[in-house]
Design a protein around this ligand. Structure first.
Ligand code: SF4
Length: 332
């Protein structure tokens, strides 16, 4: 018989959550790793091999949550605002902890654990914030931070001795030496701490804030697109996103909806463009000429561009590639 799960660990695969998982597993607890996938990478048929292999290396079962509409709703109006870029970290932490609590309740577990360290991040990991976050997530007393546990109030599961507090850590601050030393000593595999969330990236943040400002009615599908391509605002009613490489072309193939206007080169391989909104005839020509500009036939006098909607007949336009200055005028 499988042992009942006692705790859920929010597992990014990074150094801290890997150490947290190992500290708890070493106590013989039955655990479940929970990994959240940002909406940009959800619904694309990803196998999430990397995180699966890290969970297998940790010797623990894994559940993957691909985020969608609820995450998007949270980003649209974060109660605690954004960090430096488009990262609503406090709201995001609370949102994910609420989701985790639901899973904790569903599987009958007693606690949730994270790899958080007091004072590691300027805002979301200050002591006061840690307390506020757990309260708002409905996890007061049930949220364990194994890396800083001995500096924090004992949780219910420590008081009840389900978890041995003395075998947890007392780390604080931004240094990572202790975690690296622990990982080395125990042969732990983890993702490099350098990897970051797309919402903390300056370019993505600029695209997101421009999208939110210019197109207040934008949807989850529009939000997902900020992770990819070059973005152009052709007017109040329509915009264009052009893939930057083959990988983005492949992703575009998966995210094109029936309403999207698709642009690609008729005679040679090249970037795909996704048009969203209502296009006039002249805006279609502008978009086609911009797609041609970002292709390897940009210096040709005339380029043939296919324009179509999924499941509809295509139209071929023969156009002159746009002038780079004209493209820059529309860049978001
Ligand atoms: S960095 Fe990104 S994923 Fe992490 S808490 Fe902030 S918004 Fe959420």
């Amino acid at each position: 018989m499988t042992e009942a799960i006692k705790g859920i660990i929010m597992f990014s695969g990074g150094l801290d959550s890997t150490v947290a998982a190992h500290l708890l597993k070493s106590q013989g607890l039955s655990l479940l790793l929970l990994h959240f996938v940002l909406p940009f990478y959800s619904g694309l048929g990803n196998g999430h091999e990397r995180i699966r292999s890290l969970a297998a290396a940790a010797g623990l079962p894994l559940r993957i949550v691909e985020e969608g509409e609820p995450f998007f709703v949270m980003v649209r109006s974060p109660r605690f605002g954004f960090g430096k870029n488009a990262n609503p970290c406090l709201d995001c932490r609370i949102h994910r902890l609420v989701e985790t609590r639901h899973i904790m309740e569903e599987v009958g577990a007693s606690f949730v654990a994270t790899g958080e360290v007091i004072g590691q991040r300027p805002k979301s990991q200050r002591l006061q914030c840690l307390r506020m976050i757990e309260k708002r997530a409905g996890l007061a007393g049930r949220l364990l931070r194994p890396l800083s546990a001995r500096l924090l109030e004992p949780t219910i599961v420590e008081r009840e001795r389900l978890v041995d507090r003395e075998r947890l850590m007392a780390l604080a601050g931004r240094g990572r030496q202790a975690q690296f030393a622990y990982a080395r000593a125990n042969g732990l595999r983890h993702i490099s701490p350098a990897g970051g969330c797309l919402l903390t990236d300056i370019g993505s943040a600029r695209r997101y804030h421009a999208l939110a400002r210019k197109y207040p009615g934008h949807t989850l599908e529009d939000f997902k697109l900020i992770a990819y391509g070059r973005h152009f605002s052709l007017g109040e009613r329509c915009r264009l996103v052009i893939a930057r490489n083959d990988k983005e072309n492949e992703i575009f193939e998966k995210i094109i909806s029936d309403e999207d206007l698709v642009f690609d080169l008729a005679d040679v391989p090249g970037p795909m463009g996704i048009g969203r909104g209502e296009f006039s005839e002249s805006e279609i020509i502008d978009a086609a000429s911009m797609v041609a500009r970002y292709s390897r036939v940009r210096d040709s006098a005339q380029v043939r561009v296919r324009v179509y909607r999924k499941a509809c007949a295509e139209k071929i336009l023969t156009i002159e590639p746009a002038d780079p200055c004209r493209c820059n005028e529309f860049l978001m």
